[in-house]
Ligand binder design. Structure first.
Ligand code: B12
Length: 487
């Protein structure tokens, strides 16, 4: 059979869709584990400007018998539109939805019109499950025997029992050679994704991960991780994002990976990881090894400067650990993307401002300033629902941490939206001026500081149509609103 796997084109507005074009690891991993079929991978982020036309062309060119779609919650509406388009072109093509939204919301999807364009949903890990589903479609086994699948039976869906977590040693490395387009990038580098582990045991209640893996942690073997890096490099990658939710859950394991990367000579490229402040703060040796292995950017879950807010997120008081983690990373010239969550129940404007000031005091290199989002099935959603603080309950297309879907006890959703914009703008000129940034990217710094910014200032002075703050805000929101309109 011909199998086409697609990831969605939707991009969160605070991601620069022109500079950050990431392949999707889920579909590459599933492709690596399909046996005996022709597989094609389409990351639609690479064709954002002409989605309906592209989908039509894909149907003609690859003639798929089965199409698999992956979607996070904010991408689900697009996945439905694309699946509907496919069905309208050829109703015999089988459509399969997988990923976080399908896993968390299968019951709600399957008991509403939202399921109309889908034949199957896969809940949980799909690497081996999808291949079993293909066997069932080919009548080599019964559909009832495929754990983790929901399928149509007459007018309604049947949900097979949940699939136990996979034995990671059985999952082959992703097949990146099946990608049909080039152009993956991160600010001029060629980007790819590799995973070293699955799962997280931390208690943070805003995160969806434990609904995929439970509170568990499994590591791939070092040999498999090296083979995966090597494969990504062969496909041209020179910047790799590790998909692990928290790289520092197993410090000794992480140190071994750093050593193995150096021994294998894979420290000739750059790596980005996500990590917790507590993990990074716990070992000086680890941070030194990370620097040697090529780890250049750490997405650090700082989240907030307020002890009360950290407690509500079930993070514990990590402020001192954050300071130590930042110091250690910067000593090694590793840059930090600081995760910041604003819009906690008791936030006023001054609390939001304090977070930005805290980030500047710490010389955090890039801000990932996000509005608290009540993701489906999270503990945080239940708490906010009970407190009557969720203002958008059902339109998940806005659940990407950019849009305010909540209010606080003092600020409405419009206030929150505006304040995020206001403080993000206030510090826009600070970004890319930190010592770690200058050491990593001196040319980019000098270009921006001595050429681009003065040029833009002059351009604004002579040709800018001097609009006020409110007008500027409205323009920015309108362009964010338009970003994911594909149909
Ligand atoms: C890496 C990552 C990113 C990367 C890259 C994303 C990409 N292009 O793939 C970056 C940093 C860009 C990113 C950004 C965001 N992310 Co993110 N991300 C992750 C992370 C850490 C790993 C995803 C991954 O690659 N896992 C490895 C693969 C193999 O696993 P998988 O994707 O789960 O796929 C498996 C199954 O889900 C299933 N499956 C998935 N799809 C399909 C499809 C089919 C057909 C089948 C059969 C099976 C199947 O099978 C796969 C193999 O087992 C997850 C958390 C986590 N650890 O899972 C969050 C996560 C997916 N992200 C999340 C979010 C919210 C975002 C942002 C919106 C956050 C933000 N505002 O900044 C942005 C949006 C980005 C955008 N597109 O604009 C949420 C999604 C929650 C939800 N309910 O939708 C997660 C779960 C994190 C969380 N805290 O809860 N992310």
């Amino acid at each position: 059979m011909n199998i086409l796997l697609m990831s969605m084109p939707d991009c969160a507005p605070h991601f620069n869709a022109r500079r950050w074009k990431s392949p999707n690891l889920a579909i590459s991993s599933i492709a690596g584990n399909i046996e005996g079929h022709n597989v094609f991978l389409a990351d639609l982020i690479l064709r954002r400007d002409r989605i309906p036309e592209t989908v039509r062309e894909l149907m003609v060119r690859y003639r798929p018998d089965v199409v698999g779609l992956t979607a996070m919650s904010f991408q689900f509406a697009t996945a439905r539109r694309i699946a509907s388009l496919i069905k309208s072109l050829n109703n015999d093509i089988k459509t399969v939805l997988g990923g976080y939204h399908a896993t968390l919301m299968y019951n709600e999807i399957c008991t509403s019109d939202e399921s109309a364009p889908f034949d199957f949903l896969i809940r949980g890990e799909g690497d081996l499950c999808f291949n079993e589903l293909l066997e069932a479609i080919n009548t080599r086994r019964t559909i009832e025997s495929v754990l983790g699948v929901s399928f149509r039976d007459g007018g309604s869906f049947v949900h097979n029992p949940a699939r136990p977590l996979e034995d990671l040693s059985k999952i082959k490395i992703p097949d990146r050679s099946r990608r049909i387009w080039n152009g993956y990038q991160y600010y001029g580098f060629t980007l790819d994704i590799v995973e070293s582990s699955r799962g997280c045991v931390m208690p943070c209640n805003f995160c969806s991960m434990d609904k995929m893996y439970g509170k568990t942690f499994r590591r791939f073997s070092v040999e498999r991780i090296l083979a995966d890096i090597s494969n990504a490099k062969q496909q041209g990658a020179n910047f790799i994002v590790f998909s692990d939710d928290n790289f520092t859950l197993d410090i000794k394991g992480f140190e071994s990976i750093c050593d193995a990367i150096v021994d294998a000579g894979h420290n000739d490229i750059r790596y980005i990881i996500q990590a917790s402040s507590s993990g990074i703060a716990s070992s000086q040796t680890l941070v030194e090894k990370m620097a040697r292995a090529g780890f250049r950017i750490v997405f650090l879950g700082i989240e907030n400067v307020s002890e009360e807010n950290l407690r509500l997120m079930k993070k514990g008081n990590i402020i001192e650990k954050t300071k130590l983690a930042v110091k250690r990373l910067h000593e090694q010239n590793i840059m930090i993307v600081g995760g910041m969550i604003i819009g906690n129940p008791n936030d006023k404007e001054e609390d939001i401002a304090r977070n930005y000031e805290f980030f500047v005091d710490l010389q955090i290199d890039f801000f990932a300033d996000q509005i608290l989002t009540p993701y489906p099935k999270t503990g945080m959603r239940d708490e906010l629902l009970n407190a009557g603080l969720i203002t958008n309950i059902g339109d998940y297309s806005r659940y990407n941490c950019f849009w305010a879907n909540i209010k606080t006890n003092y600020l409405g959703p419009e206030d929150l939206q505006f304040l995020r914009w206001k403080y993000n703008k206030k510090y826009a000129n600070y970004i890319c001026t930190t010592p770690a940034f200058i050491k990593n990217y001196p040319l980019a710094y000098y270009y921006r500081h001595y050429f681009r910014r003065p040029f833009l200032r002059l351009k604004n002075k002579f040709f800018g149509n001097n609009v006020g703050e409110v007008e500027l805000y409205k323009r920015d929101m309108a362009s964010a609103e338009a970003m994911n309109k594909f149909f």
